[in-house]
Design a protein around this ligand. Structure first.
Ligand code: FE2
Length: 206
């Protein structure tokens, strides 16, 4: 089952304090850039098939899972065509599983790099939000699987920079604090995948 119900932000946010994404914001940062890839939904569908048939992610409900890049490209050669077209030498691909009702987990990626984020399933009506966090509230930490990241020690609510409903692939700056706020009407897990490059992609985020 797919979750297609898109809902307004004011209904998703209990405090009602987060405005709709402004066309421009006052912060001198670019959080993300949408990538116009014509066959992105077909690639999402194939990635879902890969996740279901070639990984234990859905059964084990694993939040963050690296997948074998070679296997993925063999199964989805169209994805390799895309990364090649951006001259991206792929370092890693990871699938992110957010269970129904998941929200927050605001963090900064350990690599603080520019990476691709791609919707797989149930991303409609859920938001990736970017926040302005004082560096004094940023601390090194590790996930249960030992994956390092930077956690935010400040209590919510945070100062919103902007938000993104992930309906197409984007390039985003993982050095800006970000978190996932799933669609509260969706009873299915939200699945996305991220691509890390060996070289900096900062120049593409303009
Ligand atoms: Fe992240």
């Amino acid at each position: 089952m797919w979750c297609n119900g898109s809902i307004s932000v004011s209904k998703t946010d209990g405090a009602g304090s987060i405005p709709a994404t402004p066309a421009k914001h006052k912060y001198e940062v670019i959080c993300y850039k949408k990538l116009d890839i014509v066959n992105h939904t077909a690639i999402s569908d194939k990635m879902y098939e890969f996740v279901v048939n070639q990984t234990p992610i859905l059964k084990r409900k694993i939040f963050w899972s690296y997948v074998n890049v070679h296997q993925v490209f063999k199964f989805i050669p169209e994805l390799k065509d895309i990364t090649d077209s951006y001259s991206i030498e792929v370092a890693a691909i990871a699938v992110i599983y957010a269970p129904p009702g998941f929200e927050g987990a605001v963090h900064i990626d350990y690599a603080k790099d520019t990476r691709i984020l791609w919707p797989i399933k149930n991303c409609e009506g859920s938001y990736t939000r970017f926040f302005n966090i004082d560096p004094k509230y940023i601390e090194r930490a590790r996930l249960e699987n030992n994956e390092p990241y930077y956690k935010i020690t400040q209590d919510e609510p945070y100062e919103l920079i902007e938000q993104l409903e992930l309906l197409q692939p984007v390039m985003f700056d993982s050095s800006i604090a970000h978190g996932v706020y799933t669609n509260p009407l969706c009873q299915e897990p939200r699945l996305t995948f991220t691509i890390r490059s060996k070289e900096s992609l900062k120049h593409l985020l303009v």
